[in-house]
Design a protein around this ligand. Structure first.
Ligand code: ADP
Ligand code: MG
Length: 350
């Protein structure tokens, strides 16, 4: 990338130059951010609130492919997936730390594109970049983001609180990001065969957008608060509904039942599934990276959100820990399996 003479090499800028370049692009907006970038550590003050922390690492070639992931989108997504973890605890995201390992194949302009996407997410979700680390890598790009959030004492929502007969609810729709990946992988294969081929993405904007530009469902948490609903347990759907439902069941020591006819699937996802000869409910159940929320609520709260466009009941919690199943439209009960994107498997989808 930095072979182009019109681009600025990172070597010319240097580590401190780059950090300063990043620092000047971010302003602190949270009351809890006392000191941000520039000292040995950031200083935060949450008064009597509790602090939530989460971190995620993204490795080029493992978690993203730069041949079809624009750096701006990558920066945005790196922030969002971490913000999503704070949201999934029922917290308000407040700060982020960004650690970067970049090879000299990247130019300053490339890093700028990444930072621009990151900044867009910071501004949209009202979070402050308060620190990080910058280093070189021999090959490729590694991003590590730490998210910090606040929550009122005792008000966090863990994975372990699901109760017998609670309803299982998801936000948004599922499976789109997985189809977006299939489309981009297909276009990449076409391009490798014929470098003059132009990517054909117009018909797939929705699913590609689901993969490249996911959102953390902070809006759904706010809607729940407005409706007076407090989930008993919650998790974000990064690895697929089936896998997350099992996490919730394990942590809560309960059973879970999900129903095929209740899975929320967008029309665009259905269409793409037909084309790729994939079974849409299977994709909705196992495809990851949608970053929607899965939560449990008492049955008595159902009426409070009935018809709300954000929420869909997909199943329920059962008292029997061994009862983990997917009920098909024919009434068949299949054992629920975690077939989502497992970071340590050899699955090329990871
Ligand atoms: P130290 O040597 O103490 O680790 P650094 O020189 O790595 O300090 O970092 C100086 C300041 O810049 C610190 O506040 C650090 O958090 C911040 N920083 C470094 N890299 C980044 C980055 N990629 N994004 C945001 N802040 C960064
Ligand atoms: Mg450092």
């Amino acid at each position: 990338m930095s072979q182009d003479a019109s681009l600025t090499s990172l070597g010319d800028l240097g580590e401190f130059g780059l950090i300063e370049h990043i620092r000047t692009q971010f302003e602190l907006q949270q009351a809890s951010s006392v000191l941000g970038i520039g000292d040995d550590a950031a200083l935060l003050d949450f008064n009597e609130k509790q602090c939530l922390l989460s971190t995620d690492m993204l490795v080029e070639g493992v978690h993203f492919d730069l041949s079809y992931t624009p750096l701006t989108h990558l920066g945005y997504k790196a922030a969002v997936v971490n913000i999503s973890d704070i949201v999934a605890m029922g917290g308000t995201p407040t700060q982020l730390l960004l650690s970067l390992a970049v090879s000299n194949r990247f130019s300053k302009e490339a890093v700028d594109a990444l930072i621009a996407g990151f900044r867009q997410a910071c501004s949209f979700y009202e979070v402050d970049l308060v620190g990080g680390d910058t280093t070189s890598s021999n090959r490729g790009l590694v991003l590590s983001v730490t998210a910090i959030g606040e929550v009122e004492q005792g008000k966090h929502i863990s994975r372990s609180g699901a109760q017998d007969n609670d309803l299982l609810v998801v936000t948004g729709d599922l499976g789109g990001a997985f189809l977006g990946l299939q489309v981009l992988e297909r276009e990449k294969a076409v391009f490798l065969e014929n470098p003059n081929a132009q990517p054909q993405l117009d018909d797939y904007q929705y699913v590609v957008g689901r993969l490249l530009k996911p959102e953390a469902r902070k809006d759904a948490i706010e809607a729940l608060a407005d409706l007076g609903i407090t989930p008993t347990a919650m998790i974000d759907i990064s690895d697929g509904l089936s896998s997350e439902a099992l996490h919730l069941a394990n942590a809560s020591k309960k059973g879970v039942r999900l129903y095929e006819d209740k899975l929320p699937i967008a029309d665009e996802t259905f269409k793409a599934c037909e084309e790729f000869r994939l079974n849409a409910p299977t994709v909705a159940l196992n495809g990851g990276e949608d970053y929607e929320l899965l939560f449990s609520i008492p049955l008595s709260d159902h009426a409070k959100f009935e018809g709300h466009p954000f929420f869909r009941v997909v199943g329920h919690v059962t008292p029997d820990e061994k009862d983990r199943c997917f009920v098909t439209n024919q009434g068949q009960e299949l054992p629920l399996k975690a077939q989502g994107w497992n970071a340590l498997s050899n699955n090329p989808e990871d």
